[in-house]
Design a protein around this ligand. Sequence first.
Ligand SMILES: [Zn+2]
Length: 670
Amino acid sequence: MHRAVYFLGIVLFTAAATHPYPGAELNAQQRPNIVLITLDTLRADRIGAYGYKLAETPALDRLAREGIRFADATSQSPLTGPAHAALLTGQYPGRFAIRNNASTPLPDSAATIAEALKASGYRTGAFIGAFVVDRAYGFGQGFDEFDAAFEGYRQDLKSQVQRPAAKVIDPAIAWIGGNAGAPFFAWVHLYDAHTPYSAPPPYGAKFKARPYDGEVAYVDAQIGRLIAALRASGTLDRTIVALIGDHGEALGDHHEEDHGIFLYEGVMRIPWIMRLPAGSGATAGRVVDEQVRSIDLAPTLLELAGVPAGGGGDGESLAGVIRGSRRRDPPASYSETWYPQLHFGWSRLRALRVGEWKYIDAPRPELYDLRTDRAEQRNVIADRSAVAARMAADLEAIEKSFGAAATTSTPQPDAETIARLRSLGYVGLAAPSSGSGRGPDPKDKILELKEFRALLTAAGDDLREGRHDAALAKLKRAVSLNEQAYDVHVMLGSAWQAKGDLEKALGEFDAAALLNPGGAAPQLLAADALLEAGRLESALERTGKAAEVEPRSGDVASMRGRIFERAGRGPEALAEYQRAVDLNPADAPTRGRLASVAMAIRRYDVAERELNLLLKSNYQPSRTHYVLGRLAEAKGDKAAAAASYRRALALEPGFAPARKALEALGKSEV
Ligand SMILES: [Zn+2]
């Protein structure tokens, strides 16, 4: 038995240690700046400083040489949203019922590191690389500036909306330059290492045989650019730079290609490097090899900044460890994934790491001794049942401590929904769900996943290209393989909607909502189908259900706007569209609708402002110039109108409305 296990029960339930704050006497002006860089999907053992010989990561390697490297850091979740909730709050994401991406948002009641720093006089700015950590999901709390200028935002693909590191780093450097006077906290989120692996030149070509490494090299180069800017301005030595992964990438380990299904080390072990201000007393190049956790990040940064953490968090400050002390028994790390349940109806998984023991709670539980079995190939649970039993009990106690609020309750379907599900043949889904989360063991299913996903990808291509019957055939096959697969029901709903079968479409969206109740998407899709069928009251009702799940979603406001617009309630549509783009400024299609409604109800001030914003974001510029022309005409400025129509035609010579409008202007002048 490893020593650490003896102390497990004690260590787990001491409240977060309340260290004296050595920096507490600092006034705001003396406090260090903080740059937090979260490295999405960056597997620790693909970085040079972590021993990867083929790595091209000079910036990260240099930061490790000049700072401190945590050799054994673990994530709390293999998914971006929940993992970031842990990083930014120091709490287990399960406490907030955050179990999936683009779903249940971080509640306003959560205390984030940005809020604590802002309250202590910091200027705060966030620069993110993917929509799944945008304000809609609660990640904007405490930030003065939140930069998420995604090009090409689409509601139907929002969990894939992202931008490359260069486009995140540029505004971050500019903002830091403008805020170097007061202490600042900048959060920079770099998403590139996520699938698809398609690094920009020269990395794509250079790493053709190792595309994941190419993305990592590109991310590293962009980090190098940010650090160089800090160095050049003399800011670096007054700044804590913290670089930490949200989760890794399986890259084929245990037959998993990316991340989310399993809790194995390739995904759960994350890089964590800190470079501290000059004179901080930390030894450059030190490597900490005791286990640390992503929930420890927030309390650590707050203590180093001399800002009270408020206490009561799950994480523990590592400021002492950074200064060289060793803890006798580093606390256990709990992690979980509900992704297998929410997307496939398989069992959710939970894991506990204590020292070198790792226990995974699954229908067939696993125990690994990481000292001798880093790759988790030998399940020793039969030989070490006492260790496993103790860890299982501790794991259970941690999840229990999350309380009832952390359990996403599945609303029981009403009679109408049950009837719809039964008519589609989903007898199992129509039965009240137990919510135990104990479906098949993911490790028994993982080999089927590749083929299943290929089927869905092909069906998605069919749908996009209008081959609805071909899509339906593939999706029916997929649903016969796994009736519990959320994504299949979403796609089936879209296929039936495209074929004009509203009842079947609603049934599929209901099935999706039942399987994955934390997200607003199925209700919004149902609202869209109802709106298309002209059933505005029902559409509005569905939108209300979506709002209960994701109250800050711009998509919910956008849908309300469309319903009001269809109902001829222009001013209300305008207000909802305005709210939608306030919540999500990257939603250019909704901004387009806002401008068009504003034109229709003669709110020319609003129309002009929004059209100019659309031009700035380069959204459908020919159409935007055309509408600016109409606006100028409405205001009686024919010269400006003609100029706008000509601009539209220069960009899109075949754009008939602009040509007609220009001709009509010419005639009126004669
Ligand atoms: Zn991620």
